[in-house]
Design a protein around this ligand. Structure first.
Ligand code: AMP
Ligand code: TRP
Length: 326
């Protein structure tokens, strides 16, 4: 059995990009693997957070994890800051990483662009992510394609430490889906759908109601050609919508193109609204059942205990290899 690890930041507005790129894979992978799924609250404080909202967002993501189909009996579901090994291993890895390689991370460049001086945590963010993954001897890491660079640096670090100290870490593989790997923004299909974009119609949140979903899809940017055809370069808007349709329905791109030959964008968009609402509605029903229940906290405490048991073994091994402690 392989070990799978992934994480989502509790920063609100979990959207269909997070679902189709990451969460959907989390659910599929639980069938045949040992899975560890984390809510990465330490990552979210790399940018300022309101403590009350952060606490609420942590529970929201936990409830969404369960609502999309993660089974706490099969998968360990927990909050990163409740297992001390993440921050501890991050420090050790930081001492084996270089400012040059971290300066090249595109996420850091984007997020620090407007500030003269960025928080150190934003700079070392990929090292904490590497620690998350390596702490659990993870074989597979399901993520959206925006995380490719972070997976690469994790692999580099694991190989570097293994070469220097002898076999210490499992070298993990990223897992990216073909269709959902990069869902683009509905108002600007050249940038990825994001939790933090100002325009709420740029994204569909998993908790949006049917009328909001309809409005966002009907308003979405397309082109003037008017034919439902996949071409990411020339027709990024409609291609993104086809991609969403395909991910939710399971239909291949070619079948969707065939189905809508001769149809206008209006008709296609109306059907996409139905496909999307049908997919998110059951998630929303399960979400409201679990979100306010006592069970949620119990699941997170139990998940943290399971995660801690695995991580403590890794930390013992790492400390021994590095000559730390007595
Ligand atoms: P984050 O919200 O940044 O914590 O992302 C959680 C997961 O969702 C990560 O695996 C991301 O790669 C994935 N993700 C975020 N945005 C998108 C997107 N627009 N399309 C596909 N996957 C995404
Ligand atoms: N950086 C990831 C994101 O923004 C979240 C994350 C943190 C993660 N630690 C991880 C994803 C470990 C996979 C594995 O989406």
């Amino acid at each position: 059995m392989k070990r799978v690890f992934s994480g989502v930041q509790p920063t609100g507005n979990i959207h269909i990009g997070n679902y189709l790129g990451a969460l959907k894979q989390f659910v599929e992978l639980q069938e045949e693997n040992e899975c560890v799924y984390c809510i990465v609250d330490l990552h979210s404080i790399t940018l300022p957070q309101d403590p009350k909202i952060l606490k609420k967002n942590i529970l929201d993501v936990a409830a969404l994890y369960i609502a999309v189909g993660l089974d706490p009996k099969r998968s360990a579901i927990f909050v990163q800051s409740m297992v001390s090994g993440h921050a501890e291993l991050a420090w050790i890895l930081m001492c084996n990483s270089y400012t040059g390689e971290l300066s090249r991370m595109t996420q850091f460049k984007q997020k620090s662009r407007d500030n003269e001086s960025a928080p150190t945590g934003l700079f070392t963010y990929p090292i904490l992510m590497a620690a998350d993954i390596l702490l659990y001897d993870s074989d597979v890491v399901p993520v959206g394609s925006d995380q490719k660079q972070h997976i690469e640096i994790t692999r580099d670090l694991a190989i570097r430490v293994n070469n220097k100290y002898g076999k210490t870490f499992v070298v993990p593989e990223g897992r990216f889906l073909k269709e959902g790997a990069r869902i683009m923004s509905l108002d600007d299909p050249t940038s990825k759908m994001s939790k933090s974009a100002e325009n709420i119609h740029s994204r569909i949140s998993l908790l949006d109601n049917a009328s909001k979903i309809k409005k966002s899809i009907m308003k979405s940017t397309t082109d003037s050609e008017g034919s439902v055809r996949f071409d990411m370069d020339e027709k990024p808007g409609i291609s993104n919508l086809i991609n969403i349709y395909s991910s939710f329905s399971g239909l291949e791109t070619a079948d969707i193109e065939k189905k809508y030959t001769g149809c206008g964008y209006g008709e296609f968009k109306k059907d996409l609204v139905d496909v999307t609402v049908e997919a998110v509605l059951p998630i929303q029903q399960r979400y409201s059942d679990i979100r306010e229940s006592e069970e949620l906290i119990r699941i997170l405490k139990e998940g943290a205990e399971r995660a801690a048991a695995i991580s403590e073994k890794t930390m013992d091994r790492v400390k021994k290899k590095f000559g730390l402690g007595v």
